[in-house]
Ligand binder design. Structure first.
Ligand SMILES: Nc1nc2c(c(=O)[nH]1)N[C@H]1C(S)=C(S)[C@@H](COP(=O)(O)OP(=O)(O)OC[C@H]3O[C@@H](n4cnc5c(=O)[nH]c(N)nc54)[C@H](O)[C@@H]3O)O[C@H]1N2
Ligand SMILES: Nc1nc2c(c(=O)[nH]1)N[C@H]1C(S)=C(S)[C@@H](COP(=O)(O)OP(=O)(O)OC[C@H]3O[C@@H](n4cnc5c(=O)[nH]c(N)nc54)[C@H](O)[C@@H]3O)O[C@H]1N2
Ligand code: SF4
Ligand SMILES: [Mo]
Length: 676
């Protein structure tokens, strides 16, 4: 008998959809969007409609595997869980005895976003005294830049954008990466709001928008300063708001004065007339709304760019206009008591940190070396920059690598021990979103596939074997969820375990205007000038100098950006053949002029290369980018890419200006035709 069970999409996507799972005989038959979830509104994206193929894939790992051939050969032999756990516990003991606990490093990210399991290993590694992983690969630079101007805490509710009279999507690809926001933007459009996209390529969202400003990657601060120049010169500012709520307006006005639209055009490639038009539209709108993506923060000057864009709605007073304002992340509106689970307090003082962006360097150069790497909920051989170095590190024979996974990814192939992981449908967890204001608990709807086990179960078992006795190593998921609720935040008032246990979406008490009572900055105001940034080596004022790859030079003149693929979720869903077929082939989008100069024609295989590595892609030639810019959408597993290598063979381990994220979209390459 088919049953419909509520569940939640576990992936790293702002939408965190409420889903209804049709289950028959312990198997997921189909999944659809929950019509009663106010943000999901009954539909899912192209990826999750295929979740049954992922969960019940014949390629799914169902038992622990021990390496039985050369590293990376893919030869493993199945073993039992007891043998796997005792082997791993012994390895941990031996490593600690021979090299100290800091020779061990966890590596995890966001394969599963449930709060319990995503954080389910932290207490273990803290208690062990392992080296620390700095988990800043994604949004930390964006967060640091945004908070510097407007403060931490939630930004504008996306749903409020339905009441805006101008929608500005800046460096984000809503129709691919934030699909469920689109109906709210369309509602605004029906009432007359134009949708404007600022992006270095004609992505899906730009194709559907009313206007597209095609800019050079890394030039967003210059564009924002050009807009400010016009907004201030034409007195489209909200003086009352600025006087009450902003610090440093005079200095900002002086800086913006230097950025005439002509100067901004020279840096951004956006015609001055378009800059003037957008400035006037934005400045005159009743309630202009900005949705920030992460794109422009994945640049070497990403925090500066984010901080500068975030000042636009302060200048115009849009922050206090219902429907206007700016949205970055909303997860801070659900400030659960995660400390109870992560138990930072158990960690010895001074354990060494490694930024996850620089795993390649860490595995090859850390001194003393990392000897045991425990990977879960991440696929670093594919998602971390400089894959060549990452994969060389993972291939070291003096490194013991354990990977807890659902599939034999490139990372898992390089492991010594592989542990089969449960999917979201097989465990209890609590979800919050970074793109809306609903939280929801999910219960298992099918039994574990094969002999797979959850993240929490594995770490609790290891803790038991190592003799760790703190309550966190024995607590059930339900107990942990009740600890997460122990917070005094008014946002979570009324969110009780009993209400959550019904597994329906619950709205947190986010304020209608997150800035009604001020800004969570040191001054309590919008900080247009940031004197403290001088101490960090950064310009205290918005600075329009573009982000440029310092290593490219004339031998590698083309800029490469590597944004998400519509049919994958980072590297997840590569294993689903139907989605790979929809995604087509790994492509390189390039300008006709750059293609012609290299004798490259549409559809041809091209070698894309720089000093770090190379990969082979199929050329898509046209006017979707400015000359000098190339785009490769998404993280293909090497074996599914034409040349056997994914795009991160080309990206660098350099960190952005603040926050420690990767500058994934700031790399230079050269391209040549593959002659066959
Ligand atoms: N389908 C799908 N959905 C996803 C993901 C996925 O892989 N696939 N990934 C998920 C994750 S983990 C995240 S963090 C989010 C990310 O979601 P987004 O914020 O949408 O993704 P970004 O990589 O930041 O790229 C967004 C846009 O930024 C543009 N961009 C790149 N450089 C610049 C620049 O210098 N300036 C400007 N203005 N734009 C620039 C890119 O061309 C791209 O169109 O999406 C999530 N959702
Ligand atoms: N060039 C380039 N690189 C990028 C980006 C980019 O834009 N360009 N984006 C970056 C961003 S924004 C991010 S967030 C990172 C993402 O990096 P990751 O968080 O590593 O992303 P995923 O590829 O989704 O890998 C997660 C792995 O977790 C596994 N997994 C999923 N669910 C479960 C589960 O329930 N149990 C177990 N055991 N395993 C599970 C999946 O099979 C998958 O292999 O990638 C970054 N890499
Ligand atoms: S990946 Fe995003 S849009 Fe797709 S179902 Fe999950 S939360 Fe919704
Ligand atoms: Mo991300």
């Amino acid at each position: 008998m088919a049953k419909l069970e509520p569940t939640v999409c576990p992936f790293d996507c702002p939408d965190t959809c409420g889903c209804l799972a049709k289950v028959e005989d312990g198997r997921l038959v189909s999944l659809r969007g929950d019509p009663e979830h106010p943000f999901t509104r009954g539909f899912l994206c192209a990826k999750m409609a295929h979740y049954p193929r992922r969960v019940h894939s014949p390629a799914r790992l169902t038992q622990p595997l021990l390496r039985a051939g050369a590293k990376g050969s893919g030869q493993f032999k199945p073993i039992g869980w007891d043998e796997a756990m005792s082997l791993l516990a012994d390895k941990i003991d031996e490593t600690v005895a021979a090299h100290g606990a800091q020779a061990i490093l966890p590596y995890s990210y966001a394969g599963h976003m449930g709060l319990v399991h995503r954080q389910g290993g932290h207490a273990f590694f803290h208690r062990l005294g392992a080296s620390r992983l700095i988990r800043t690969i994604c949004g930390a630079t964006a967060g640091a830049g945004f908070a510097a101007s407007l403060g931490a805490g939630p930004s504008a509710d996306i749903e409020s954008a339905a009441r805006a009279d101008l929608i500005l999507i800046w460096g984000g690809n809503t129709l691919t990466t934030n699909l469920h926001a689109w109906p709210f933007f369309l509602e605004a459009r029906r009432r007359g709001a134009p949708i404007v996209v600022v992006d270095p390529y004609l992505n899906r969202t730009a194709q559907a928008a009313d206007r597209h400003l095609l800019l050079r990657p890394g030039s967003d601060a210059a564009l924002a300063l050009g807009l400010m120049h016009v907004i201030i010169a034409e007195d489209l500012i909200d003086r009352q708001f600025i006087t009450r709520w902003c610090l440093g307006f005079e200095e900002l006005a002086q800086r913006a004065g230097e950025w005439t639209p002509a100067r901004a055009e020279a840096v951004t490639g956006v015609p001055a007339a378009q800059i003037e038009d957008l400035a006037r539209a934005y400045g005159r709108a009743r309630a202009p709304y900005i949705r920030t993506g992460f794109g422009f923060s994945r640049q070497l000057k990403g925090a500066m760019a984010m901080r500068t864009v975030a000042l636009l709605p302060a200048l115009t007073g849009a922050l206090r206009k219902g429907g206007g304002g700016i949205t970055r992340t909303l997860s801070e509106a659900a400030p659960f008591n995660l400390k109870a689970l992560t138990r930072e307090d158990l960690a010895p003082k001074g354990t060494r940190p490694f930024n996850m962006v620089q795993l390649g360097r860490t595995l090859n150069q850390a001194d003393p070396p990392v000897r045991l790497l425990h990977v879960y909920l991440s696929n670093p051989a594919v998602v971390a920059p400089d894959s060549g170095q990452v994969q060389r590190g993972l291939a070291r024979y003096d490194l013991f690598t354990v990977v807890h996974e659902m599939f034999l990814t490139e990372t898992a192939r390089l492991a010594d021990l592989v542990l089969p992981g449960t999917s979201s449908l097989e465990m209890t967890d609590l979800y919050r979103a970074y793109g809306h204001h609903y939280v929801q608990m999910a219960r298992p709807v099918i039994p574990p596939v094969g002999r797979s086990r959850s993240i929490l179960a594995v770490f609790q078992e290891l803790a038991g074997r190592l003799g760790f006795s703190e309550p966190v190593f024995k607590a059930s998921e339900d107990e942990i969820i009740s600890w997460l609720l122990e917070t005094k935040s008014p946002y979570l008032e009324g969110i009780t375990f009993e209400r959550l246990a019904a597994c329906r979406p619950l709205r947190v008490n986010a304020p209608a205007n997150p800035y009604a009572e001020g800004f969570a900055t040191p001054s309590g105001k919008v900080e247009m000038s940031l004197p403290a940034w001088a101490g960090l080596g950064l310009d205290p004022l918005p600075n329009g100098e573009p982000s440029l790859d310092p290593e490219g030079g004339p031998s590698h003149p083309l800029r490469l950006i590597t944004p998400p693929n519509h049919h994958f979720l980072n590297s997840t869903f590569n294993e689903v053949e139907e989605l790979r077929a929809k995604a087509g082939q790994a492509e390189l989008i390039m300008h006709a002029q750059d293609a012609a100069a290299r004798g490259i024609v549409q559809g041809q295989l091209v070698r894309v290369f720089n000093r770090r590595g190379e990969c082979v892609l199929r050329a898509r030639v046209g006017g979707e980018v400015l000359p000098g810019v190339t785009v490769a959408e998404g993280l293909w597993w090497g074996p599914h890419a034409p040349g056997g290598k994914g795009i991160n063979h080309l990206t660098s381990q350099r960190l952005a200006d603040l926050g420690g994220s990767s500058a994934f979209h700031c790399n230079l390459v050269e391209v040549e035709a593959v002659r066959t």
